[in-house]
Ligand binder design. Sequence first.
Ligand code: ADP
Ligand code: ASP
Ligand code: MG
Length: 418
Amino acid sequence: MARLVMKFGGTSVADVDRIRNVARHVKREIDAGHEIAVVVSAMAGATNQLVQWCREASVLHDAREYDAVLASGEQVTSGLLAIILQAMGVAARSWQGWQVPIRTSNAHGSARIEEINGTELIKRFRERSREVAVIAGFQGVHRETARITTLGRGGSDTSAVAVAAAIHADRCDIYTDVDGVYTSDPRMVPRARRLEKIAFEEMLELASLGAKVLQVRSVELGMVQNVRIFVRSSFEAPDAIDPRGNPPGTLICDESEIMEQQVVTGIAFSKDEAQISIRRVQDKPGVAAAIFGPLAEANINVDMIVQNVSGDGATTDLTFTVPAADFERAKDTIAKAKDTIGYERLDSANDVAKVSVIGIGMRSHAGVAARAFKALAERNVNIRAITTSEIKFSLLIDAAYTELAVRTLHTLYGLDKT
Ligand code: ADP
Ligand code: ASP
Ligand code: MG
């Protein structure tokens, strides 16, 4: 007997028929003798609709009420799945975040899970003869205020991994609309290959650099709590799967479990970027603080930062990127601080994209990025900014060239499926 968490994303529970399909996946594992906690997302599109309604209600709205509205999507699917499981003769009960309880911080809209009482969940498995716990993903409750919180978009992945850690599950299966983690988004790169295994560190980079297959925090949590995360498809016929076999999917695991490490493992991209360049900034101590201090105070995350070598010794150019959603606010913040910063002109662009190449093998191989610069130059793709770290590098380019750049790099690093 194993203890499993099974998480189903939005497209997997998009309507009642799909939820019935999910129930058959659950029944298969129950019939195999396992203890099961399920975590569900809202129906595909439901959360977007809820966000839209909040905006229509009032552009500026109370974050606590936004969470009250957004959490409702997962309440619906958890109840529906419990109903269908019961109709199939499988003991099941739905649980909302506050009922488990999944305790979180009070950062409404992007709350962090602080505590889940796993002992209580395990006790229920025992007392209620393996009753399936169908837990609403994406939501929790703040201890002091007792208000409902949500974990940020894509947060059901994090709910699932946190529940898996709390109940010491043998595995956390993330069922989604692709059968694993690919070398790049298969929707953008038809030649992308499914990875059998990927190291936590690499998955963390892939996710934070744009691959939305897993929420970043779920990977972080899996890494820290040592949860085996397996990404697989919910669209495979539930009854055709042997619960003791090896279904297709990708295991997120420790680096040491991966025998043959490639230099490059995957390529991610993000179009939610905007670039700001400050021209002829005074080249003197304290200027970076004068620029990035006010941005930090405004809660704007600065990502890539490039400072040109000063030509005249007196002034320099400084370029950085911010999330596209914060573009206007960032420009305003810099303009307001013009007197303290001291610069001539502010240039900006929001039709930019960040393409990132990731691989643990880069630690021990030199010249990986240089090959990318050459390949992109040959295709006339201009690079606006570059950042590198131990296991990845990112390039800022014009958004129109995203597909070309991603596919070019995918081929260049030998990732295309054969
Ligand atoms: P769910 O609703 O199940 O949580 P998501 O839409 O959040 O599913 O995530 C799955 C999607 O992630 C896929 O449909 C795919 O387009 C996208 N994706 C982006 N990068 C990758 C990648 N490297 N491997 C697999 N899927 C990826
Ligand atoms: N329903 C939430 C969202 O769309 C959480 C999730 O699907 O993971 O962001
Ligand atoms: Mg998701």
